[in-house]
Design a protein around this ligand. Structure first.
Ligand SMILES: [Zn+2]
Length: 457
């Protein structure tokens, strides 16, 4: 990012010299000439010195500081200003669709269950929490659903690849988890249970499907944060939606949805809501996606994750009002390890969010190649220009939701909170460091509750 550059004073102004012989001369004309030249010199010189230094134009990317309902002039942010209290933060890595059926199964059999994640597992394992949408059931039994174009399943023995590669939570509310009926769903849940992997968005009935996963993680200072996760599906077939006595996925019926948000928010420090929604190959969210995401944040969510379109969709920082804390919405994370050779799904991201008790400190988009003609079901990080192209594209997809601004720096960083930018050095010259910026201790429980009440509209 371009740093502000102060243009040096023009040397031409300062080259005027006065010959000492003029002052020592006995000639009045020469003395008058000396005074005249002296006057000219001072006038020129003070004129130059008084000039305001020219400041280079603002960087093209001024991340995420003008928020929807809180039109504050964005501060300049450079990469060096993103020195964040990483060791006080807790990280969440989120990816889109993981579907290990079809062509992937023989590869899992031959190369091992961790094969799809070999190139990205360092990021997944390093995250305090990693979450994915699990698009196919782990089952060897059940009956294939009739009249459905694509049905998937994966041998349960390969589920350990998710665990060993760093995943913690799987989103099950999608349009394939019941491809082999309730048996397939139950086998998936039992398989994940046996590996101590958590799951959201599906269960033996609607109450179970709506059940939040709550996990606690401590930062390097030993301070603990409680995370709450909810998962929903708005994808067909509708038969997959859970009922009072029917296994299936959680559909966000409005009242029930809001009640679930309101119930979870006061119990956790960070709330994450995950959706399977939208239209395949569509790069912008539909109005109902925007509405549900905003509702989530208005009712206490910090992060909204989306998937199903198989391509990246817009990212938004949404603040319902100036006193509320901003939420980060990734409308679709695209594909991750997905058993298809579709040329429509070429690039995607891993979204890494770093949070503290006050919400999202920053997020980073890590561009990946998911085009299986090239990566053979093993997502690979994109280098240099290819990564920049993904960020540029995401910025352009996202402007319409962010007051026309680019919200992602060229390094892929999003900074939703004003105080982070304000705490940074104005020159941008400070070295990148992991030194803590936060001086306040974590809030106590009472304060947390008060904040939650304040956040709820
Ligand atoms: Zn889907």
């Amino acid at each position: 990012m371009t740093k502000p550059v102060f243009v040096k004073k023009s040397r031409r102004c300062c080259r005027l010299t006065v010959q000492p012989f003029l002052w020592t001369s006995q000639c009045h004309i020469e003395k008058i000439l000396f005074v005249f030249f002296l006057f000219i010199f001072v006038a020129f010189h003070s004129g130059c010195a008084g000039q305001k230094p020219h400041v280079a134009p603002a960087p093209e990317i001024a991340p995420l500081l003008a928020l929807k309902s809180d039109r504050v002039a964005p501060a300049l942010i450079t990469s060096t200003r993103l020195a964040v209290p990483a060791h006080f933060g807790i990280s969440l890595a989120a990816v889109g669709d993981v579907m290990l059926g079809t062509w992937v199964v023989p590869l899992l059999d031959s190369a091992g269950s961790t094969y799809p994640f070999a190139a990205t597992k360092n990021i997944l394992q390093a995250a305090d929490i990693a979450i994915a949408n699990l698009e196919a059931p782990f089952t060897d039994r059940g009956e294939r659903v009739k009249d459905k174009q694509f049905t998937f399943r994966v041998p349960p023995k390969h589920a350990r690849g998710l665990k060993e590669s760093g995943f913690d939570i799987l989103h099950l509310a999608n349009n394939h988890i019941l491809d082999f009926g309730p048996e397939g769903l139950f086998d998936t849940m039992a398989t994940l249970d046996s590996l101590s992997l958590s799951y959201i968005g599906a269960g033996e009935n609607i109450a179970a499907a709506y059940k939040a996963v709550m996990v606690e993680r401590a930062n390097a200072a030993g301070e603990k944060l409680r995370f709450g996760f909810l998962g929903f599906s708005l994808t067909h077939p509708e038969d997959y939606y859970a009922g009072k006595n029917k296994p299936g996925t959680a559909f966000p019926f409005r009242e029930r949805y809001i009640a679930a948000l309101d119930s979870l928010a006061p119990k956790v420090d960070i709330m994450v809501v995950s959706f399977h929604w939208g239209a395949e190959k569509m790069v912008r969210p539909k109005p109902y996606q925007i509405d549900l995401a905003h509702t989530a944040i208005e009712h206490g969510a910090d992060i909204v994750l989306g998937h199903h379109p198989h391509v990246l969709q817009s990212i938004e920082v949404y603040r319902s009002r100036s006193t509320a804390r901003p939420g980060l919405i990734a409308y679709s994370l695209g594909n991750f390890a997905f058993g298809s050779y579709s040329p429509s799904s070429r690039t995607s991201i891993i979204l890494k969010c770093v949070v503290d008790a006050a919400g999202v400190l920053y997020a980073r988009c890590l561009p990946i190649n998911v085009y299986n003609d090239e990566v053979e079901f093993q997502p690979q990080f994109l280098p240099g220009a290819a990564a920049t192209a993904v960020i540029d594209s995401l910025n352009s997809l996202s402007r319409h939701l962010n007051n026309g601004q680019n919200i992602i720096s060229k390094e892929g960083i999003i900074v939703p909170r004003h105080e982070i930018a304000n705490a940074a050095t104005p020159s941008g010259a400070a070295p990148v460091s992991e030194a803590p910026l936060r001086t306040k201790p974590l809030k106590n429980n009472l304060q947390r509750k008060e904040n939650r009440n304040e956040k709820s509209l």
